[in-house]
Design a protein around this ligand. Structure first.
Ligand SMILES: [Zn+2]
Length: 211
């Protein structure tokens, strides 16, 4: 058995829906099956009574609920007040839905400036491995990008960007989790990965990797 290596898979743009057929639930069932967890960056305006159970189920698995703004807009085109509101409204909803105050944010399209970083009021999580699942690439290519990162020594302590609403991603995750466990990986939340590496996440700073 190789030495344990940690990695944080992050899933953006949910919640979708609480149904065993939904891509999000397929991802969560895979995490459940292997006893692993991840961080989910949720969009406030997508949260509703219908998919509340998706978030609750993620919480039950020990997953982390984080803030991906309210409308998923280009924050660089917003005023400071609008940026504050984008995060504040979603924080309030996440508190309602999960009973916890989120401690991390992610900026839509990874586009920011100094105003955005300050107004967000969160440590902001980028990524060090980009699956490019949003580019409509096939499942095999998502798998290959992440396994290539592993082969190049870039996956340990990485923050991996994924999305919870693509069937290709859900299928890739079904393959990747057991394959990487086999290689000595454990899947943790971004906060756990930071803590494990002795990193104190600070508001207004962006982090791509936890090392
Ligand atoms: Zn997004």
């Amino acid at each position: 058995m190789e030495k344990e290596k940690l990695v944080a898979f992050t899933f953006d743009d949910g919640p979708v829906e609480y149904s065993e057929e939904s891509t999000a639930m397929k991802i969560l069932r895979t995490l459940e099956k292997y006893g692993q967890r991840s961080t989910f960056f949720y969009i406030g305006e997508q949260m509703n009574e219908g998919n509340k159970k998706e978030l609750e189920f993620a919480q039950k698995l020990g997953c982390e609920a984080a803030n991906h703004t309210y409308t998923h807009c280009f924050l660089t085109k917003c005023t400071k007040e609008q940026v504050e509101e984008e995060f504040a409204k979603t924080t309030k909803l996440l508190e309602e839905y999960t009973g916890k105050t989120p401690t991390l944010g992610r900026i839509p399209y990874m586009e920011w400036n100094d105003m955005v970083l300050k107004a967000a009021g969160f440590p902001l999580i980028g990524c060090s491995v980009d699956s490019r699942d949003y580019a409509q690439i096939p499942t095999e290519e998502i798998i290959k990008r992440i396994m290539d990162a592993e082969a190049n020594g870039e996956l340990e302590n990485a923050v991996v960007l994924l999305h919870e609403h693509y069937p290709t991603t859900a299928r890739a995750v079904e393959y990747l989790i057991p394959a990487l466990i086999e290689k000595g990986y454990r899947f943790v939340t971004v906060s756990e990965l930071a803590e494990h590496n002795g990193i104190t996440l600070k508001k207004g700073i962006t982090y791509d990797k936890m090392q």
